[in-house]
Write a protein of this length. Structure first.
Length: 279
């Protein structure tokens, strides 16, 4: 059974939990709306241990509101250049009315996972100084709640506005952030903002791989036949799914949810009502 605790940076801060869990993890996924150099310093030793052990490390960072420090993004960018198993993807929204605001941390060692979801950004304030509220869940990839968090992370990763940044995008973001600090007005017709968004539209998006399939997603995907199939074809395998997740009382709905997520990841094509093609 998974365990839950509330972490509000009072009796214990989130840094105290995340830093050692990152150091021990073989798969690190950090999705934070805002990232600062001070936040990176707080988990620096753990990240170094991951890099040294050739663990997989992935950051999903927001660039839509200048809340992320350009210096922090450049630091992550250079780590990606140096280490093949280190990745960063940025959220650059073309919709000014929306803001990228999640904070999800998934730290996996074999099938043991430490998960945090709540209000703490990857900043010194979020990890230690601010009054925050986070739920820290410790469990395995066989736990429904852990699977659901990985699925939520996947939806963040494969959002249409998620891109793999290059130096030009980060330079444009740095200009926007510098002007924000000076409190210069940036409207939707601003030339630098327009260049930033246009550049984002030309960049590569994340491509799904085996490590993106965890728990329910992996179970359903591995059960899919090649080529076209129907919902009914997969429903026939429901008894096997029920044995894997006996606590789930609505397996068919769960299957449909996983099919939709796999579609959004680009692994399935929805051809008609209740019909799919495995890509």
């Amino acid at each position: 059974m998974p365990t839950l605790r509330i972490v509000d940076n009072g009796t214990i801060d989130l840094r105290t939990i995340l830093a050692p869990a990152i150091a021990q993890a073989r798969d690190v996924r950090l999705a934070s709306a805002f990232v600062s150099r001070s936040g990176l310093r707080m988990v620096e030793d753990g990240l170094s241990a991951c890099v040294d052990s050739e663990a997989d490390v992935e950051f999903l960072v927001g660039l839509d509101s200048q809340g992320t420090e350009p210096e922090a993004v450049w630091e992550l960018f250079h780590l990606c250049e140096k280490h093949e198993r280190f990745a960063m993807y940025c959220y650059a929204s073309s919709q000014p009315s929306t803001m990228y605001h999640p904070k999800v941390y998934l730290l996996r060692a074999d099938n043991q996972v430490v998960c945090s979801v709540g209000s703490s950004n990857l900043t010194a304030g979020g990890l230690a100084r601010n009054v925050e509220v986070n739920i820290v869940l410790t469990g395995t990839t066989d736990d429904e709640a852990v699977c659901d968090l990985y699925a939520s992370y996947g939806r963040l990763k494969f959002h249409p506005d998620r891109v793999e940044p290059d130096e030009e995008l980060l330079s444009l973001y740095e200009q926007l952030a510098r002007r924000e600090r000076r409190r210069d007005r940036i409207d939707t017709k601003d030339a630098v903002l327009s260049s930033f968004l246009e550049k984002a539209r030309t960049l590569r998006r994340p491509k799904p791989g085996p490590r993106d399939l965890v728990g329910w997603l992996e179970l359903v995907y591995d059960s899919l036949p090649k080529g076209e199939f129907t919902n009914a074809d997969i429903y026939r395998q429901a008894p096997a799914f029920e044995r894997r997740y006996p606590g789930n009382l609505n397996v068919r709905a769960k299957i449909r949810q996983q099919l939709q997520i796999l579609r959004d990841m680009g692994l399935l094509q929805h051809t008609a009502a209740g019909r799919w093609r495995k890509l």
